[in-house]
Every structure is written in C-alpha cells, then in structure tokens.
Design a binder for this molecule. Structure first.
Ligand code: FES
Length: 152
C-alpha cells in the first residue's frame, strides 16, 4: 500500500523521519496506521516498536486518525504572553471541540505544540504545513472560515 512512497527512499534508517512525513501526508486522516508502521519496518529492517517510539517522540506524528486540517497552536511562553490562551478559546468556540479532538465533519483537529520557531510573530499556529502568525481572534475567525469555504 505504501510501496510508491517507500521506493522514493533508499532503505536506510536515516530516511525514517522523511518516510513518516510522507506516509502521514498521504493519509487523508493525517495519521500513521499500524499497517504503515509494519510496511516501513519491513522496508527499513527496523522493529515496529522502534518506529512507534519515533512516532511518539515527535508531536507532529499521530497514531490516531485526525482531521484534514491539523491545527497546532503554540503554547510556549512567548506565545502565551502574547495571548495564545485567547486564541485557543476562540478556536475551541469556532470548532466546538477540545484539545486533541476532531470536528464531526473531519475537517479540523485541534492540538497544542511547543515553540514553532517564529516567536517574533507570536501568537502562532500551524495548520498542516502553513504557519500563521500575529494571530488575533478576528484573524483566526477568517482563517477557519476560509478553510471551511474551500472545503465546500
Ligand atoms: S513561542 Fe510560539 S513560536 Fe516560539
């Protein structure tokens, strides 16, 4: 099932992270299934438990099915000091979900993350690969609305 992705890489352990990114991105539900872990372990000749360890270590990877758009709001101090709590409250209100949950329509998952490395633009969130900084409640509303509109 993941043959096409795996064949893009040499079967070397150092390619594991890149493979995991590709595998997760190829899944509509933004996660890495047990089947995928098994196939990767066979290809790279490493144990599934090693791969599980890597997936658990990095917050961007998930074992659980998630929404099409994974929102990761930074909760580190510079973002917190510039109001990330209000942004979180706004996101929860707009989406009607708590941290770690996925909306019923499968469009959004809400997560928290440590510093995303763009503290100068705090507060910051990522939605899939895109970074959004200098967030205000108004801007968050527009971003969510745009995604909802595009999904129709
Ligand atoms: S603290 Fe939020 S991006 Fe660095």
């Amino acid at each position: 099932m993941y043959k096409k992705i795996l064949e893009k890489y040499e079967p070397k352990k150092e390619n594991l992270i890149s493979i995991l990114h590709d595998v997760q991105d190829s899944n509509e539900q933004n996660y890495i299934s047990d089947d995928a872990v098994w196939e990767i372990s066979q290809y790279l000749n490493i144990t599934p438990s090693h791969i599980h360890g890597v997936i658990s270590f990095y917050s961007m990877f998930s074992f659980k099915p998630r929404g099409k758009n994974v929102i990761r709001l930074c909760e580190s101090p510079p973002c917190f000091l510039r109001g990330s709590e209000n942004i979180l409250a706004k996101l929860r209100q707009l989406l009607g979900i708590k941290i770690g949950e996925t909306t019923e329509d499968g469009l959004f998952t809400l997560e928290l993350t440590a510093c995303l490395g763009v503290c100068g633009n705090a507060p910051v969130m990522m939605i899939n690969e895109d970074v959004f900084g200098d967030l205000t409640e108004k801007r968050v509303e527009q971003i969510i609305e745009n995604i909802r509109r595009r999904a129709k």
